[in-house]
Design a protein around this ligand. Structure first.
Ligand code: PTJ
Length: 244
């Protein structure tokens, strides 16, 4: 057991979630490596939600509420870290959750689905072998015809770059959460929230619940002046300026 007094308590508890995701067969072994990479960048942003992330969160909430058919894509890391928040976001923005994993392994997709349902998700789609997006060769090409295939906006937290690029080429708008502002996903997405998914997702849900009361004109205003390059530059500048 990790004592609450441990200076790295929150970080160690989060590691436990990923490790237990692997043990349950939800998270891939590669997910541990991806998590470690995220941790390194989290150090550099002070392990807190900065203004560049808050700005992106407001724009993301507005874009998701304006969407015709938004879909939340879920991989093995996101499912292990924030299953309850994914279920809550799905309800807040009226979007399906769609399982989409890179590392194909027998049964993992349905295990992730069941895991999300245990945490309150009611609308979870699985990819279909006869439904594909273009410009990608990996397992990520398979999508659900009622989900990502139809979507105009896809929320893809902790993603690999290939699919973000492919989704954009397929005419979708992409919103991501990625601690690494230099990643291809961070660079190619329309909105990048440079923050830890464990902190950013609750804030995104709050923002969506708050903005839901606004009319479309106000929502459009919230994204009108949003520039992702500016947000990414701000996050990198923050990292450089805060080096000891
Ligand atoms: O379940 P699968 O098979 O779909 O695999 C999922 C992973 C995450 C293993 C796969 O998509 C992958 O390999 O991703 P990458 O290319 O390592 O990219 C993951 C990105 O997420 C990296 O840029 C990390 O810095 C970032 N990241 C990791 N943990 C977090 C994070 N960003 C936000 N919050 C985190 N907790």
């Amino acid at each position: 057991m990790i004592p609450k007094s441990h200076p790295r308590y929150a970080s160690l508890k989060t590691r436990d979630l990923i490790v237990s995701g692997v043990k349950k067969g939800i998270t891939s072994l590669h997910g541990l490596i991806a998590h470690g990479r995220g941790e390194a960048f989290d150090y550099l942003i002070g392990e807190k939600t900065n203004d560049f992330a808050s700005e992106a969160i407001m724009a993301a909430a507005a874009m998701l509420l304006l969407a015709r058919h938004p879909v939340i894509s879920v991989n093995g890391n996101a499912a292990a870290l924030v299953p309850k928040d994914l279920a809550k976001l799905s309800k807040a923005i009226n979007a399906s959750l769609e399982i989409n994993i890179f590392h194909e392994s027998k049964g993992r997709q349905s295990k992730i689905k069941k895991h999300l349902e245990r945490f309150g998700a009611t609308n979870v789609l699985l990819p279909k072998k006869n439904s594909k997006i273009r410009f990608i060769e990996s397992n990520r090409k398979f999508v659900n015809p009622e989900g990502i295939l139809k979507a105009d906006i896809v929320f893809v937290p902790l993603e690999d770059g290939d699919r973000t690029e492919a989704l954009v080429k397929n005419g979708k708008k992409v919103i991501t959460i990625d601690l690494n502002p230099l990643s291809r996903t961070a660079q190619k997405a329309d909105i990048t929230i440079v923050d830890n998914i464990t902190r950013a997702l609750p804030l995104l849900i709050n923002a969506a619940n708050h903005l839901k009361k606004c009319d479309k004109v106000k929502l459009k205003m919230a994204i009108k002046d949003y520039k992702n390059e500016k947000i990414l530059r701000k996050s990198l500048k923050y990292m450089l300026q805060n080096l000891p």
